[in-house]
Design a protein around this ligand. Structure first.
Ligand SMILES: *Cc1c(COP(=O)(O)O)cnc(C)c1O
Length: 467
């Protein structure tokens, strides 16, 4: 009750919003305005719902989808986007993607049911992940979802299930997942000669329908997708010669997100030193946080790329009458969440650095568990109670558990004013595999609350719990 009153009558404490200077993140304008104009609301919400607190912003998903779809439309090709549901556990973000016209790419019974709850049905549901159980396959078949077949063994399961459940579906819509020669050591997908065997099974089976071909590659280079797409073209011809009618090339996910301005990121990377990390070690690899391309630019490079005789990918798709299907996860949730940690304690660590303990753990900001770093600076909400303390300071950030490894940043962050207990640290753009991939109830701490920020008709933000 008192917390609710606090929102109407913010406490006397005022809050200053400070950005560090090394790797300032890109930030959605709606979130920026809100944070700068009313930081006290965020501090009240953190008091009410405890730290860490995740806030998701569904409007960003609609913006991201609109921008990508406009780009593919500008090339005159048919396209369809499927939200990679695993990217975040929020139902509100899934709902936003489906409401904006995306399908859903699901990898478990639970994701399937949540996508249906969000209003996604039939071939707007697809399952492109590997190693699907028979229970999951059965449910996909009965719900009319499109299935990307990962292996010949999986196809045999589907053929058996089709026999058992015939009469309960029209035709099972299938994509065959290619393992391009360039990725021959991968455990996902089928090599061309296995695909050819699968095509013959499909041609003989009246329950199954070949919708097209699929691949999903790791890394973020458009060139590898261009080369994989060109690898599927002879398979399309082969399938057509068997009387099949493939209409889809599905290029999976991996469209990049820019978290930090590209030049700033390059400068940081080229000037970083061992001493910038409390470990004295620079991680071997990072997500390309400040890459040169955003998702739309990536799609442009991809669609403008040419085969060996100078035909553009976009023209090949048009000429062959193919629909381009894409399953973006991370790039559809660009800017879609912020994660707030309250500072618990600050201790000097070396002569010129401190360690900040926050209320929360690295399971809620998990890049260090992959031997890497989330290379953006948190925003510091500084209480006016500390106004007398102006000293700048470098600090790394640790969680509140007893694990040595519970470290949110090994990197020393250059704060304009060293944070103090009660201040907040706000990581932005955390929706993509950051905020909840590893979250758990270690030490029996409750799972962090996830709030949804919604704009009401009079353009005021409202916050509800996202279940
Ligand atoms: C995770 C995944 C995606 C989404 O990848 P992003 O990098 O988040 O775009 C798409 N397809 C498959 C098969 C995946 O496993």
């Amino acid at each position: 009750m008192s917390s609710l009153l606090n929102i109407a009558n913010p406490q006397k404490t005022s809050w200053q919003v400070n950005f560090a200077r090394d790797l300032p993140p890109y930030l959605d304008p709606v979130i920026t305005d809100w944070l700068l104009q009313s930081p006290e609301i965020l501090t009240c919400l953190t008091d009410m719902y405890s730290s860490p607190l995740n806030i998701v912003w569904p409007h960003t998903v609609a913006n991201n989808l609109k921008a990508m779809a406009a780009l593919t439309a500008s090339f005159g090709i048919k396209s369809k986007f499927y939200y990679g549901v695993k990217v975040n556990k929020s139902q509100a973000l899934l709902q936003a993607a489906v409401s904006a016209g995306a399908g859903a790419d699901v990898s478990s019974l639970q994701e399937l049911h949540d996508a249906i709850r969000a209003g996604c049905h039939g071939v707007d549901l697809c399952a492109t992940g590997p190693a699907k159980t028979r229970d999951f396959l059965k449910e996909l078949i009965l719900k009319g979802a499109r299935i990307a077949v990962d292996s010949y063994q999986e196809l045999r399961d589907i053929i058996e299930l089709a026999q058992i459940w015939r009469g309960n579906f029209e035709k099972i819509s299938l994509l065959l997942r290619l393992r391009p020669d360039a990725n021959c050591s991968s455990r996902f997908g089928m090599l061309s000669d296995e695909i050819i065997i699968a095509l013959h099974s499909l041609a003989d089976n009246k329950h199954l329908e070949l919708a097209g071909f699929h691949f999903h590659l790791s890394g973020y280079a458009p060139e590898t997708r261009v080369s994989a797409l060109l690898d599927t073209l002879p398979l399309i011809t082969y399938a057509r010669n068997l009387g099949l009618d493939p209409r889809i090339i599905d290029i999976g996910g991996g469209l990049p997100v820019q978290y930090v301005e590209s030049q700033c990121y390059k400068t940081w990377l080229s000037s970083q030193k061992f001493a910038d990390y409390r470990t004295g070690k620079i991680p071997a690899c990072f997500y390309p946080y400040g890459g040169e391309l955003n998702a739309e630019q990536w799609l442009t490079v991809f669609l403008e790329s040419q085969n060996s005789v100078g035909d553009r990918i976009s023209d090949i798709l048009c000429k062959e009458g193919l629909t381009l299907c894409i399953e973006p996860g991370r790039s559809l949730v660009n800017q879609s969440a912020i994660s707030v940690f309250r500072v618990c304690r600050v201790r000097p660590h070396t002569d010129d650095s401190s360690v900040i303990f926050v209320e929360g753990s690295s399971f809620s900001a998990c890049e260090t568990w992959f031997n890497s770093e989330f290379l953006i600076d948190p925003i510091h909400l500084r209480s006016s109670n500390h106004a007398q303390n102006h000293s700048p300071g470098k600090a790394w950030i640790a969680g509140h558990s007893c694990l040595d490894e519970d470290v949110i940043t090994n990197r020393l962050i250059s704060f304009v004013h060293l944070p103090q207990p009660g201040d907040l640290l706000v990581f932005v753009n955390t929706a993509g595999y950051q905020m909840d991939l590893l979250e758990n109830q270690f030490h029996r701490h409750p799972l962090p609350t996830r709030l949804t920020a919604l704009m009401n008709p009079s353009n005021k933000l409202m916050f509800t719990v996202d279940n």
